[in-house]
Write a protein that binds this ligand. Structure first.
Ligand code: AKG
Length: 327
């Protein structure tokens, strides 16, 4: 009886929220047509409905509110011993990619990815999960940037790894040295997670969507050694070249809600459909990326229509600042 009453209150609260959002055209509206045109273009089965806004992500309420508003927070995380173990562990890994910047996934061996993942889960996952409400780690990688002019990472959003209509994923990005613009720290567009469409392999390049973001929309946090930049994976971000004399190594750990299913979205050009595959950590370890065939063991969960305009069928929509963006 009490549970029924509680459920009725929750239902009424959620219905009120939906009405409010519809009236104000804020993210959360059932059938929103956003101010950017990007949301209109992405409307359809893949449009996020932001139901996660009502669900706590961080245990700390102030962090939770800041994370939902801006799409990121910067928090202290790792102790000195942990930082040292991660640095030593990275140094000892065989087959490190030689490119000026690597994310630890494409162009690496299964063993490199597995050992990186296990070490990062050991050192980072428990601390990350303590800050969050019922999340679990999916994949950990080292991201290393050598001193080089061509070590920048282009402006992008991370691939969707959960169904964005119901859920969200977070990335704990922890530099193992003090990190800022001089050594290629992550730079981001606050609030841009609200416009995030689904994204995955074989999708048209994001570059033409994101190229017109004005420079002053980017925010460059300074992240002390061992602190974490925690990002909603839909947030627009990039990192500049490492202009310092030493290699910048960071750990990256993607986490998803305990109850969420991990998925990979892949555009099939022949059918012009998006295949939704069920994945787990093994997917990231086995998959070669860069257009390689997907592992044969994946199970197909659904096939959905791509949003329009998309790929061959027309130009990509232009980006404009989200109403939610705030510094
Ligand atoms: O480590 C970097 O410089 C870039 C990180 C990044 O783009 C990511 O985690 O998606």
């Amino acid at each position: 009886m009490r549970l029924n009453t509680l459920q009725r209150i929750i239902d009424r609260y959620q219905a009120r929220r939906r009405r409010l959002h519809t009236a104000q055209n804020l993210p959360g509206a059932a059938n929103r047509s956003g101010p950017s045109g990007r949301n209109d273009a992405m409307a359809g089965p893949s449009t996020p409905s932001y139901t996660w806004e009502a669900t706590p992500i961080f245990r700390d309420r102030a962090l939770d509110a800041a994370f939902k508003r801006n799409g990121f927070v910067v928090i202290p995380l790792l102790g000195d011993e942990s930082i040292q173990r991660l640095r030593d562990g990275y140094e000892q890994l065989a087959d490190k990619p030689a490119s000026p910047f690597h994310t630890g996934l494409p162009g690496t061996t299964y063993e490199f990815k597995r050992e990186s993942h296990e070490l990062i889960v050991r050192e980072v996952a428990t601390l990350a999960m303590e800050r969050l409400v019922e999340f679990r780690p999916l994949i950990g990688t080292f991201m290393a940037k050598q001193p080089a002019n061509d070590s920048a990472m282009w402006t992008h959003r991370d691939w969707s790894i959960v169904d964005a209509r119901k859920s969200l994923s977070v990335n704990f990005w922890c530099p193992l040295c003090d990190s800022d613009a001089t050594n290629g720290a992550v730079c981001l567009v606050p609030g841009s997670h609200r416009d995030a469409p689904i994204w995955g392999s074989g999708f048209p390049s994001m570059a033409n969507v994101l190229e017109n973001i004005p420079e002053n929309a980017f925010h460059q946090p300074r992240i002390p050694c061992g602190w974490a930049l925690v990002m909603n994976q839909g947030l627009v971000h990039r990192s500049g070249p490492n202009q310092s004399p030493t290699t910048r190594v960071a750990t990256s750990l993607a986490l998803i809600p305990q109850k969420a299913e991990a998925v990979h979205y892949a555009w099939d050009q022949d059918t012009n459909r998006i295949n939704v595959w069920r994945i787990d950590t093994e997917f990231f370890l086995q998959y070669a990326f860069d257009g390689a065939p997907l592992p044969e063991t994946l199970k197909l969960v659904a096939t959905i229509a791509p949003p329009q305009p998309f790929g061959r069928r027309g130009p990509s929509p232009r980006w404009t600042p989200s109403a939610g963006a705030r510094r």
